[in-house]
Design a protein around this ligand. Structure first.
Ligand SMILES: Nc1ncnc2c1ncn2[C@@H]1O[C@H](COP(=O)(O)OP(=O)(O)OP(=O)(O)O)[C@@H](O)[C@H]1O
Length: 242
């Protein structure tokens, strides 16, 4: 499902946080929203799922305007701070989310096993989440976002706080999901992760400073490092890049 944002603006307390961003994401692509802390990535994701309204502009999934109750079932969202319950087991957390998504018990029992397998948590699914490591919690959150087989996945910093081996495992899973035709939007401030994506949207101080295929973006740099594009943006604006 293609996603199109047109002239999106959002302010908090009269301070512009998202400044006239237009972006098109084609079905089946993995794109990353890359930018330093405070650039506006989480705010843009919240706008893209319809969790907060834009002050100006519009967002459409296909032809449908966001927010839309009908679309909610097609969207999987993984927040930055894992929204899972420590006292419940991994499996009980997933049952809870399945009920929230309005899935029937018969439907979700099998699906829970599938997503647990996908994130490699089958062996630990009966343990309470308080006994999980940070990486296991991230993987459980990813499983929760996938339960209802959404067409579009928005993941807010899915690899923050997890070690490089698990980070790689998350990316392998995301690529498998892309192969299944899912559209995936991932926010990150880890510049290296950009090479895992088809396209990168570089967000700096609430503006979309570049949006292109990763190879094209790298060709704009001398160092072949994406940081350089932020340094150039900072120089223009007299601010700090990272
Ligand atoms: N609900 C809110 N009310 C007021 N200000 C907010 C709100 N949400 C975000 N902001 C502000 O908007 C700016 C962008 O925040 P946002 O969380 O979108 O950045 P980010 O790029 O996701 O950062 P990080 O990488 O640290 O998560 C910050 O200055 C933040 O304080």
């Amino acid at each position: 499902m293609d996603i199109t944002g047109t002239n999106i603006c959002k302010s908090f307390h009269n301070k512009p946080i998202i400044k006239n961003i237009s972006i098109s994401i084609s079905s089946g692509e993995i794109i990353c929203l890359l930018g330093p802390s405070g650039a506006g990535k989480t705010t843009l994701i919240r706008l893209l799922i319809g969790a907060i309204p834009a002050d100006e502009g519009e967002i459409r999934y296909g032809e449908t305007l966001i927010p839309s109750l009908k679309l909610l079932k097609k969207i999987g969202f993984m927040p930055q701070n894992d929204a899972i319950y420590d006292d419940l087991s991994g499996k009980d957390n997933l049952s809870f989310f399945a009920e929230l998504y309005g899935m029937g018990k018969k439907e979700y029992a099998g699906r829970i096993e599938e997503v647990l397998q996908l994130v490699d948590l089958k062996g630990d699914s009966n343990k309470p989440v308080r006994e999980y490591s940070g990486g296991m919690k991230k993987r459980l959150s990813l499983a929760a976002a996938l339960l209802h087989e959404p067409k579009v996945l928005l993941l807010d910093e899915p690899t923050v706080g997890i070690d490089p081996v698990l980070r790689k495992a998350v990316w392998i899973q995301l690529k498998k999901l892309k192969e299944q035709g899912k559209t995936i939007i991932v926010s990150t401030h880890v510049m290296d992760e950009v090479t895992e994506c088809d396209k990168a949207a570089l967000i700096y101080q609430g503006e979309l400073i570049q949006y292109d295929a990763v190879a094209n973006l790298l060709s704009l740099t001398e160092s072949h490092k994406i940081e350089e594009l932020f340094f150039m943006a900072a120089e223009k604006k007299g601010g700090e890049a990272l």
